[in-house]
Design a protein around this ligand. Structure first.
Ligand SMILES: [Zn+2]
Length: 248
């Protein structure tokens, strides 16, 4: 039982979650990979909502150019490890949860172990190499992957798994050939757009951890932040996928 039982009262009032769902959330662990603009929103909502154990993974340090959108950090944090500062802020947001930090890039074997230890994985990283590695670990361990990205005024959200014989994976959506796509450092990004995507990632995770059925797999949602317009595209399992197709 939390030391602050009234924190969850608005979740408890939701018939789809209730006391039982909130208790499931409190017993759950989530691996948050990437503590940038998306990860700050993801981790903040998972922490404030009482997710029992958050595992934070990012090897980056805080740069002044991060501050506009990465709201867990301030000017005094420049040069410090993102995971260390994030863990301090999240502990202040909710002292009842457990926080673990991993401040190095995990190799595929380590990534598989850490992924297997979590109930769900949330990827807000900004490069394809990491995204592919995270997806592969989720496919092998049968974990749900909530994936998000943001650039310019645009965002993207997708949920994969946990049964990858039926669900497509991140490699069904993108191939190595797409690696030339640019990240936000060269393109710019409107500060709240990663927050929009990260908030929805946290929403998807909390619903799943509470025991609600996953409704959004095999679909990628694209957000146009200029028109405030969403578009949903179905994703098919790719017959030549080098990751999830092996499970068939
Ligand atoms: Zn696949």
């Amino acid at each position: 039982m939390s030391d602050h039982p009234l924190r969850a009262i608005r979740h408890n009032a939701l018939p789809q979650i209730g006391n039982a769902g909130q208790e499931r959330i409190a017993r759950s662990s989530a691996l948050v990979i990437g503590l940038g603009g998306i990860g700050c929103a993801v981790a903040s909502y998972l922490a404030s909502s009482g997710t029992g154990h958050l595992i934070l993974n990012d090897f980056d340090t805080i740069d002044e150019t991060n501050l506009g959108r990465q709201f867990l950090y301030g000017p005094d944090d420049i040069g410090k490890l993102k995971v260390e500062v994030a863990a301090q802020r999240l502990a202040a947001i909710n002292p009842d949860i457990q926080l673990s930090t991993i401040s190095r890039r995990l190799d595929p074997v380590e990534l598989k172990t850490v992924t297997g230890d979590a109930d769900i994985v949330l990827d807000g990283t900004d490069n394809f190499a990491t995204r592919f590695a995270v997806s592969d670990a989720c496919v092998v361990t049968g974990r749900v992957l909530v994936s998000g990205s943001a650039i310019r005024f645009e965002g993207q959200l997708a949920v994969f798994g946990p049964d990858y014989t039926k669900s497509c994976c991140y490699r069904c959506l993108y191939t190595e050939a797409d690696e030339s796509l640019q990240d936000c450092s060269g393109n710019g990004v409107l500060a709240p757009i990663p927050g929009v995507i990260g908030s929805l990632m946290a929403s998807e995770a909390l619903k799943y951890l509470a025991g609600m059925p996953l409704a959004n797999t095999n679909t990628v949602r694209l957000f146009d932040g200029i028109e405030n317009h969403w578009q949903s595209l179905r994703i098919a399992k790719r017959s030549g996928c080098t990751s999830c197709n092996k499970l068939r």
